[in-house]
Design a protein around this ligand. Structure first.
Ligand SMILES: [Zn+2]
Length: 608
């Protein structure tokens, strides 16, 4: 027996089947073509019973001469030579999609160039050659109709998941494109009936609430950072093939200057929204959702200890960067990428996160339903926190003892810990003025735009937590603390977080070091016992911050409140405590005015 090479058209068919392997892949290819054509409106119509997909756009359209060649092999107009492969920014760079579709289905295209009166309708055969063409009257733009997909390929049809799963894939593809291209409006139909719609807007901040119905625009923060170019230097004499220097000068190569880099980050604010699963941390690079594990990890760890337990962020990160930083080869389907100089991009992402987490005046809730629901949430949480409800009979006693301790901690020894890059420059701070305290628990603050309530214990806990994590220190205890009846496990746990524990005779252990903030506390023994009960280093740091933070029920002077407000605002994440509870509640003046029906007042009565 001899081995015969496969006929070339069979090879092509296999290649086509690798790109186009599902309904969703057809939708992706056609929509990416529409986006490349500059469309601002895309309509996707699905007829699953006929294996038919139609995508209509209002883009620039295709000239007749190009239409005639559109479905032939390697007929892309987007890549002229191999070198260009490294500078691809348009989506449909494979350029093979229409040819593949012609091979796998019945393909028809209607198109009218934007500034032409003539529209054309072309029907192609399976080789991508024109079978028929005729002039038609249509609006400018392109309609591509794909029918009887995989008609000659029964095995492929049978290998696909069930219809509802396929439709879910289609929806995901369109959602991802909508996130990357917020300026496009989408209409999606099934069997001529509307399925879903996405309305165009300026940024992704308005898109996400259309995809996640429980999330509102105010729950999100959008930031955009321009990034200074990194100059690429190729050192051919060195084995290390590519190195970069950070450059701010004007001698940057022409090419790099042309290619502007930016980060667009849309973040679900941790005090407003989060998910049960890690399913909404999405990263896109140059208009395409990708798997970029290092960047996803940066986002998740950048938001550690801002969300409640077992909750995950809502976050969409879009990097627009020169293509030569991207290594697409990590995964053949171009879904997983590797970025050159990953640490640099990670640091930029962290900066964007910090920016998004800052408090600013437009944070003030402007919508009554938000306020009502947030008050509800805050009250529920407060009620559950039995530990914070200090019984009256010993409130004054313990409160006073605590107050003196936390005062020294808040205003004394911890001054050295720099807790934020904002520290000291005073920029980006809200003008929050402490005006009083309610129930010895909530600080009332005035801002030119309204009223803020800040829960004192968790605001202080946030301040301390960030200080403690920035400078975790274990100091010697002289004399050591002797604890009795610690189990093996408890001793292990203490050693795990770095404490020095020695046996000290029958059933006794000597604790020879302790976290710095606990050192002078009278309840040191209780604190160490608490730390021995479990949790990682981070959990221990939270426990220390919680124990040292001022208790609710402690009365504060105005200057102490002001100092706490200032320090709290400078934290990296002022929105939530390390357990993920919201720290503040804000009321915009206009919504207060609405609540008091100030628009009812006619004339100058009632003190207006
Ligand atoms: Zn606490």
């Amino acid at each position: 027996m001899s081995i015969h090479p496969l006929p070339i058209d069979v090879i092509h068919l296999i290649a086509a089947g690798e790109v186009i392997d599902s309904l969703a892949a057809v939708v992706r290819e056609l929509c990416e073509n529409a986006i490349d054509a500059g469309a601002s409106r895309i309509t996707v119509s699905l007829f699953p019973d006929k294996w038919r997909i139609q995508v209509a756009d209002n883009g620039i359209g295709i000239e007749l001469a190009d239409l005639q060649l559109a479905a032939t092999a390697h007929s892309t107009s987007k890549i002229d030579d191999r070198d260009d492969l490294f500078h691809i920014t348009s989506l449909g760079f494979r350029g093979e999609a229409l040819h593949s579709l012609a091979q796998l289905a019945n393909l028809e295209i209607y198109s009218r160039p934007r500034y032409s009166c003539d529209g054309w309708h072309l029907v192609y055969n399976h080789q991508g050659e024109v079978l028929r063409q005729q002039q038609v009257a249509i609006a400018p733009g392109t309609i591509i109709n794909v029918e009887n997909l995989f008609g000659d390929w029964e095995a492929r049809r049978e290998g696909l998941p069930n219809l509802s799963q396929q439709l879910r894939q289609v929806q995901t593809i369109i959602y991802h494109l909508a996130l990357c291209y917020p300026q496009i409006s989408w209409t999606v139909e099934q069997q001529h009936r509307p399925w879903f719609q996405i309305v165009a807007s300026k940024t992704t901040q308005q898109i996400i609430p259309q995809l996640l119905p429980k999330v509102r625009v105010n729950d999100l923060q959008y930031v955009e950072l321009k990034i200074q170019p990194l100059k690429q230097i190729q050192d051919l004499t060195n084995l290390n093939p590519i190195s970069y220097i950070h450059t701010a000068d004007s001698s940057v190569a022409e090419k790099d200057r042309d290619e502007e880099s930016k980060i667009q980050l849309t973040l679900g604010l941790p005090d407003h929204c989060h998910r049960h699963r890690l399913d909404w941390v999405k990263v896109a690079v140059n208009g395409r959702i990708v798997r970029a594990p290092e960047l996803e990890q940066t986002i998740v760890s950048g938001l550690a200890r801002t969300l409640p337990r077992d909750r995950y962020p809502v976050c969409f990160l879009h990097l627009q960067i020169p293509p030569h930083y991207i290594d697409w080869n990590r995964h053949p389907a171009k879904v997983e990428i590797y970025l050159q100089q990953i640490e640099y991009w990670q640091s930029q992402v962290l900066q964007a996160l910090d920016r998004a987490l800052n408090l600013d005046a437009k944070d003030i809730d402007d919508d009554d339903t938000t306020i009502t629901s947030r008050i509800g949430k805050l009250l529920t949480v407060a009620e559950q926190q039995g530990a914070y409800q200090i019984p009256n009979r010993w409130r004054s006693l313990s409160a006073q003892a605590d107050a003196s301790r936390w005062r020294s901690l808040a205003f004394g020894i911890t001054e050295r810990a720099s807790i934020s890059s904002n520290d000291g420059d005073g920029l980006g701070l809200l003008e929050l003025r402490a005006v009083g305290q309610v129930l010895n628990t909530y600080i009332v603050a005035e801002h030119t735009d309204g009223l803020w309530l800040v829960e004192q214990h968790i605001a202080h806990e946030r301040v301390l937590y960030e200080q403690i994590t920035a400078a975790w220190q274990l100091l010697p205890l002289e004399p050591p603390i002797i604890l009795s009846h610690l189990s093996e496990r408890q001793i292990d746990q203490l050693q795990q977080i770095g404490l020095i524990v020695d046996p000290f005779g029958e059933g006794l252990s000597a604790i020879r070091t302790a976290p710095a903030p606990l050192l002078l506390r009278e309840d040191l023994a209780a604190a160490i016992t608490e730390l021995s009960l479990g949790g990682d280093l981070q959990a221990a740091q939270v426990a220390v911050a919680c124990r040292c933070a001022i208790r609710n029920g402690t009365s504060l002077s105005l200057s102490e409140m002001q100092s706490l407000l200032d320090r709290w605002q400078r934290t990296r994440n002022p929105r939530t405590c390390p357990h993920g509870r919201p720290i503040y509640l804000s009321f915009k003046e206009s919504s207060l005015a609405r609540s008091f029906r100030r628009h009812w007042v006619i004339g100058k009565s009632h003190g207006i």
